[in-house]
Design a protein around this ligand. Sequence first.
Ligand SMILES: Nc1nc2c(ncn2[C@@H]2O[C@H](COP(=O)(O)OP(=O)(O)OP(=O)(O)O)[C@@H](O)[C@H]2O)c(=O)[nH]1
Ligand SMILES: [Mg+2]
Length: 359
Amino acid sequence: MRLGIIGLPNSGKTTLFNALTRSNRPTGAVSGGKLEVFTAVVPVPDARIDQLSAMYKPKKTIYATITYTDIAGLERGIGKEGISGELRNQLQQVEGFIHVVRAFEDENVPHPEITVDPLRDLSTVDTEFLLSDLVTVEKRLERLTDERRKGKPSNPTTFEAELETLTRFKAHLDELKPLRDLETSEEERRLVRGYGLLSLKPVLVIFNAGDQPFDLDRAAGYQHGTTRLITLQGKIEAEIAQLEGEDQRLFLEEYGIQEAGAQRAIRESYELLHIQSFFTVGPDEVRAWTIPVGATAQEAAGTIHSDLARGFIRAEVTACTDLLTLGSEAEVKKQGKMRLEGKEYIVKDGDIMHVRANV
Ligand SMILES: Nc1nc2c(ncn2[C@@H]2O[C@H](COP(=O)(O)OP(=O)(O)OP(=O)(O)O)[C@@H](O)[C@H]2O)c(=O)[nH]1
Ligand SMILES: [Mg+2]
């Protein structure tokens, strides 16, 4: 799963990217608003994996991962004609966005709109995305209307459903509301999948604050739908990310910070994508696997290996909290906390699974 880090020029995207991925990319108006893309894969911190690893002392401990792409190149006005070319291509490839909004004051860092105004910037970028979507939807609707006139629908089986969905989407966009806030069915999302609609993707907004955290109450109106909001001190976080072990602990202590905010942001962005983890454990490996919320045991088995899905017999499932509380697999069995589940079982976040399969 991949998240794109977006925002206006100089908002601190690369600074945040460095904080989240422990990279060391140059910052400071280097992109000058031009398209520029960096990618990195990071482990998703998970205390449960830490505890399971302490219990099994495996040769390998593998966390779930998430990919971040720093995508520079957005500016005010870019959506009016529809975002196109390589920038659009990059934006379409990600499953969700981290929208970095400048909330820090610093006269040495120029702002493209001169003044620092986080709420204005938040809606600026949001609006560019939905205007771009409006262009896409209108073009497609025109094409469909044309096909109807000629009596030659390119795809007769989905024609009516698509027309209906796009008409509904257009009405929502006309009110300047992002598509992510519209209730959509699986069927509707499937119909429009090929269009790469940007405002349909979930967004985690990170207010990049200076010395003081940004007061999230000020943005209360945005806390709806799939938009999540957090505040982070980007520059400090990027410094923390460069430190190891003890140095990092001392730095956090000096600034009175409980936990590196970047770690929290990684978890939040993972949850944003409507995905979850199940675990496999043993002396060789303790590992987190990523599946969509609602996936079945058979689908989960398939993420480990396609053979396990094909030959699936049953899964032995234990809630990881049960194992951690009871302390051992033997105790879990004794207390009847290990269940046998079939193909259709809906896996829960934190399940430990052992798949029995005919391979
Ligand atoms: N004072 C202060 N400066 C910051 C903070 N975050 C970023 N900066 C500075 O702001 C400037 C721009 O940061 P970048 O991370 O390069 O911003 P960007 O969004 O990647 O910029 P472009 O890629 O050019 O669009 C740099 O000089 C950073 O050091 C912060 O929290 N406080
Ligand atoms: Mg940058």
